[in-house]
Design a protein around this ligand. Structure first.
Ligand SMILES: [Zn+2]
Length: 476
C-alpha cells in the first residue's frame, strides 16, 4: 500500500527532525506555521536520557563487563558456556538478546576467519568482489544461479558480504545473504568453487501496545514500546481519517497489534501494523490489515470499509497553499484576471509529487504556461493534472501508476513566480476545486471477500477488545 499522504509526510519530517533534535540543538519547524501543531506530534523540548536509553546503557555496561570476564577467563577449548557468568549476573535487566553466531549452520565454517565488507554508496558487487580476489569467472558462475541474482545485482549501501582469505592472501570463502532466510556460503579450493546454503531462522513476533496521548503521539507510542518507524506506520494507517497534524487531543488513545521480524534472536526489522484502534476526540477508528484473495494488502475498518480513499486530497507535502481555485483571479505574471482552475501548493523545489489516485499517465511533457506537466486518467470520469514540475519521475505515458507513487518533483517551470505544484482535478473534463470536490468512495469488498475478511479479522478485533478492556480495568 503506498503510504504517502500529506500527513504521513508531515509526520516523517517531524520524526526525522525530532530524531536529529536529540543530538543537535533544536531547530525551528517550518513545515506548518504552527509550532503548537508540531508539539502535538512530538514534544519539542529535548528530553533527558529516556529510561530506555538508560536501560540500554546499563545493558551495554553489563555486556562489556561480561566480555571482559570472558577475556580474563582461562582459555579452555570451546569454553563458550563458562560458569562465571551465572555467578555474576544477578541483576534483572533487559539485556538485549545476543546475536547468535551463524557459523554452526554451515559446516565448512568451523575454522574460517571471516572479514565483513559493507557496501558503500555507488559500489558494485563486481568492484567489491574484485577487490577481495573473486575472479570475474567465479562471479559470473554465481550469477548464473538465478536464485543469487537479486542479492548480487541489486545491492544497497550497508549490506554486507563476508570474505575469508588464507594466510597467503588467496580467497578461500565468501558469504552473503541471498534473502532474509537464506545464507549462501561459497568455498574455493583446488577443485573449484562450491556453494552451500543454510536456512536462517526467521520469525514474526506479534507485539501489542496501548497508549494515551498526553504530550504527543510519538511520546505516547514510545512510552508504550513502539519505535518511531512503527508510529509512522500507525499514523499512515489512520492518516485518511485522522489529521494527525491538527486533530490530536490529550486523552486520545490507541491500541495496536503489530509485528516485527526476528532472525536468530536479533531483530531484523519492523513488521507491520496488524490491527489497531485509535480513539480521537471520543470517536473510535479501527484499522485491520487484510490481504485479499488477489494478493492486495490494505487497511480496512472493522466493518470492511477500505480506509484508503480513491484520491489523496493533496498530492504533495506542501508548506502552504499559495493560490486557491477561483473563477477569476489576477494572474501574477500575465497581469490580467482569469480563472485559476486548480490549487497551488507551495513547496521547495524537488519535493516529490504523488499520483493522487491509481490511474494511467496520459500526458507527460511541456505545456505552455504549465511547464513540465503530467496528466493522469483515473477512469470513472476523473483526471488530475500536475504542473510546473522541475522534472519527472521515471513513469512514462501509458504507464499505470498507483496512488501515492512519485510522478515528478516540485519546480517552477512555465509561468510560475516560485516553486509550487499547480494541481487540477477534473470530472468529465470539467475543472473542480480539489479542496472541496466530493471524492468518490473506494470500491467496497465484494460479498465473498467480505466474508473472508470477517473470518480473518474477528480474532484480531477480539484481541484488541480484550486489550482495551484490560486497560480500562487497570485504569480504574
Ligand atoms: Zn496554479
Amino acid at each position: 500500500m503506498p503510504q504517502t499522504n500529506r500527513v504521513a509526510h508531515f509526520i516523517r519530517l517531524t520524526a526525522h527532525r525530532a530524531a536529529r533534535g536529540r543530538h543537535l540543538p533544536r531547530r525551528h519547524f517550518h513545515f506548518y506555521k504552527s509550532h503548537v501543531v508540531h508539539s502535538w506530534l512530538r514534544k519539542a523540548t529535548a528530553a533527558p536520557l529516556s529510561w530506555r536509553h538508560r536501560h540500554w546503557l546499563l545493558a551495554a555496561i553489563l555486556f562489556a563487563a561480561v566480555a571482559v570476564i570472558g577475556l580474563l577467563a582461562p582459555r579452555g577449548a570451546n569454553a563458550t558456556r563458562d560458569p562465571i557468568a551465572s555467578d555474576f549476573i544477578t541483576l534483572d535487566l533487559p539485556v538485549p538478546p545476543l546475536p547468535v553466531q551463524t557459523q554452526d549452520t554451515a559446516p565448512p565454517d568451523a575454522d574460517i576467519d571471516w572479514r565483513t565488507v559493507s557496501v558503500q554508496p555507488g559500489q558494485t558487487v563486481g568492484a567489491i568482489f574484485h577487490a577481495q580476489g573473486v575472479s570475474g569467472n567465479d562471479l559470473h558462475t554465481l550469477l548464473l544461479d538465478s536464485a543469487n541474482k537479486d542479492a548480487l545485482v541489486r545491492i544497497h549501501p550497508g549490506e554486507e558480504f563476508a570474505f575469508a582469505h588464507a594466510t597467503d592472501g588467496h580467497l578461500t570463502a565468501l558469504r552473503f545473504d541471498r534473502d532474509e532466510k537464506t545464507q549462501v556460503t561459497v568455498t574455493f579450493d583446488a577443485k573449484g568453487m562450491h556453494q552451500s546454503t543454510a536456512a536462517r531462522d526467521v520469525e514474526r513476533r506479534s507485539e501489542v501496545a496501548h497508549g494515551i496521548i498526553t504530550d504527543s503521539l510519538f511520546d505516547a507510542a514510545n512510552r508504550a514500546g513502539m519505535d518511531d518507524a512503527m508510529v509512522i506506520k500507525l499514523a499512515d494507517a489512520f492518516g485518511y481519517d485522522i489529521d494527525f497534524a491538527q486533530d490530536l487531543r490529550p486523552g486520545d488513545s490507541f491500541t495496536v497489534i503489530y509485528d516485527s521480524v526476528w532472525r536468530e534472536g536479533e531483530k531484523l526489522r519492523d513488521g507491520d501494523i496488524l490491527a489497531a484502534y485509535f480513539v480521537n476526540r471520543g470517536k473510535r477508528f479501527s484499522a485491520i490489515r487484510y490481504t485479499d484473495s488477489r494478493g492486495g494488502t490494505m487497511f480496512y475498518s472493522a466493518d470492511g470499509r477500505p480506509l484508503r480513499k480513491s484520491f489523496l486530497r493533496t498530492p504533495v507535502a506542501f508548506t502552504r497553499i499559495s493560490s486557491f481555485f477561483s473563477l477569476a483571479r489576477l494572474h501574477p505574471i500575465l497581469g490580467y484576471t482569469r480563472a485559476h482552475q486548480g490549487v497551488d501548493y507551495a513547496a521547495p523545489t524537488g519535493t516529490p509529487v504523488h499520483a493522487a489516485g491509481d490511474g494511467r499517465i496520459v500526458f507527460r511533457g511541456w505545456q505552455h504556461g504549465y511547464g513540465n506537466v503530467v496528466i493522469i486518467d483515473h477512469g470513472r470520469h476523473f483526471s488530475t493534472l500536475y504542473g510546473h514540475m522541475s522534472r519527472f519521475a521515471n513513469e512514462r505515458v501509458g504507464q499505470h501508476v498507483s496512488q501515492g507513487q512519485t510522478i515528478g518533483f516540485v519546480g517552477m517551470t512555465g509561468l510560475a513566480t516560485g516553486p509550487h505544484l499547480h494541481y487540477e482535478f477534473r470530472v468529465d473534463g470539467v475543472h473542480r476545486n480539489p479542496l472541496t470536490v466530493t471524492l468518490p468512495k473506494p470500491e467496497p469488498l465484494p460479498a465473498a471477500e467480505f466474508a473472508r475478511f470477517k473470518r480473518e479479522s474477528s480474532p484480531m478485533l477480539a484481541k484488541l477488545d480484550k486489550l482495551d478492556s484490560l486497560q480500562l480495568a487497570s485504569a480504574k
